[in-house]
Design a protein around this ligand. Structure first.
Ligand code: AMP
Length: 140
């Protein structure tokens, strides 16, 4: 497997070099809006510890990040009255991974509404900012 590249975009966001629509942050995880949103409320949950994907992550990193995935899924469901939540995670380019720092997609699903394309259209910044606040307000 290829090694971890410190210059990937999520590492730069974690270091504060690039801005993001943050929903939540603590010492271990960062939660932010996906800017190429596939549905309203599409969020990424990212451990701060450096790992390329699920395959090289430490068990402690995974335990922590999955707890946050659950919290954020519940919050997103409540914020937007979603009909379901899809959690996605890709490992290596042939599997669909485009950013090589471990992350989990939390994607609200709305009945009879088709999902947008993965990494397709850039969402509106004002809407992303408002949605980040709406999800943050529902976090327990
Ligand atoms: P993947 O590696 O395939 O799981 O996808 C990476 C995800 O990161 C895609 O859904 C992109 O829309 C998203 N993404 C890429 N750059 C940014 C960014 N600067 N801020 C937020 N999301 C991003």
């Amino acid at each position: 497997m290829t090694s971890y590249d410190q210059s990937n975009i999520f590492a730069r966001i974690i270091r504060g070099e690039i801005s993001a629509h943050k929903v939540y942050e603590d010492g271990d995880v960062l939660v932010m809006m996906d800017i190429f949103s596939q549905s309203r409320g599409h969020v990424l949950v990212i451990p701060k510890a450096a790992s390329r994907n699920l395959l090289d992550a430490a068990p402690a990193t995974l335990a922590n990040v999955l707890t946050t995935v659950q919290r954020v899924a519940r919050a997103a469901e409540a914020a937007f009255s979603a009909d379901g939540i899809r959690v996605q995670q890709f490992n290596e380019a042939p599997a669909g991974q485009t950013v090589f720092h471990l992350h989990f997609h939390v994607i609200p699903i709305y009945a009879n509404v088709e999902l947008g394309r993965h990494a397709g259209l850039k969402a509106d910044d004002a809407e992303l900012a408002a949605d980040a606040k709406a999800i943050a307000a529902q976090l327990d």
